[in-house]
Design a protein around this ligand. Sequence first.
Ligand code: F6R
Length: 237
Amino acid sequence: MKVIIEKNYEKMSQTAGRMVEEQIRQKPDAILGLATGSTPLGLYKELILKYKNGLDCLNISTFNLDEYVGLAPEHPQSYHYYMRKNLFSHINIRQENIFIPNGIAPDLKKECNNYERAIKNKGGVDLQILGIGRNGHIGFNEPGSEFDSKTRVVNLSKETIKDNSRFFDEKSDVPQKAITMGIGTILQAEKIILMIAGDSKREITKKFLATEPTPEIPATALKKHKHTVVLINKSLL
Ligand code: F6R
């Protein structure tokens, strides 16, 4: 695991943007694993800029980490909606190459198994983008998640539900469950970039760096991965 300390959020987004660009230029049909939330917003802005400047995204495929159970793709707080708004509607990716778990699938277990299979059928993720939760989650793999876990339905922790409630009008509207790629699924990616930004991440940043791999801090699983780069905003250290 390589740690890069970035001067600020903008620089971090630019570094991640360069790494994603390099991946797409090396392999125009690259398979990218994508995250939502506040952290990758700067990266997505960078990628849109790069697209406008000639980076072709026609043949890339993307697999998102997660989606809330119960939210339709049109719901403004769904991750389908987020991805369309913040990236996909601005670049020339093909609709059929976009993969996001369906949170309203009639058979959620089947949906998870199909998702796992779809990643394999595409040849696996080349480059995975991750953020980290205040409790150390990656995707929605909450503390206690097994390192070999696969795509599945999970209960969100109280902390995560509280963090997510800022996006919903009513506390009772905040989803309690999600579909997430497992830690085992994430670790199968060829390369991983973990981006750590946001003042609320100060405590978990220190814990993450200081702790040996343990399911109690899911992100520490990345220490077992050969090609993980961690980008940390300097202000958090
Ligand atoms: C999002 C995801 C989550 C977030 C994490 C950090 O798809 O899988 O693990 O990356 O909750 O969220 P932000 O970036 O909003 O602090």
